[in-house]
Design a protein around this ligand. Sequence first.
Ligand code: UDP
Ligand code: MG
Length: 137
Amino acid sequence: MSITLTMIKPDAVAAGHTGKIMDMIIQAGFRIQAMKMTRLSKEKAEEFYAIHRERPFFNDLVAFMTEGPIVAAILEKENAVDDFRKLIGATNPEKAEPGTIRKLFAQNIERNAIHGSDSDANAEIEARFFFSGLERF
Ligand code: UDP
Ligand code: MG
């Protein structure tokens, strides 16, 4: 078994899509190992997306990710990282496959509804960013 870390982003939480998105995730075979609603501070959002610090979209991304609550979760499944990225679809929803979470719920390349880790190593780093061992089941 492997894990991935997801965030339902502020756009999708505010639009009331949390339940529908979590249902799609569970139906796709992911088990919830941990889950919480929280709101990122500017500092925490900058830390989470530190790899993108030099990109032109960084400041907008941090503003977006701090505008309201998110739902963070650790999801467990065989091949979790790759299977989850298939379920959510391409970063730009215009390029996302039909039926993917981003195709269904994203507004644009920035306000794209959901996050998924990009590697097993980053999944564990991101899981520990949000959750202590006592919060993982
Ligand atoms: N993003 C953006 N503009 C871009 C690329 C990315 O605003 O041109 C945002 C978008 O919210 C994306 C996040 O930055 O989900 C992280 O980018 P990454 O390339 O890691 O995409 P992801 O792994 O989320 O598909
Ligand atoms: Mg990424």
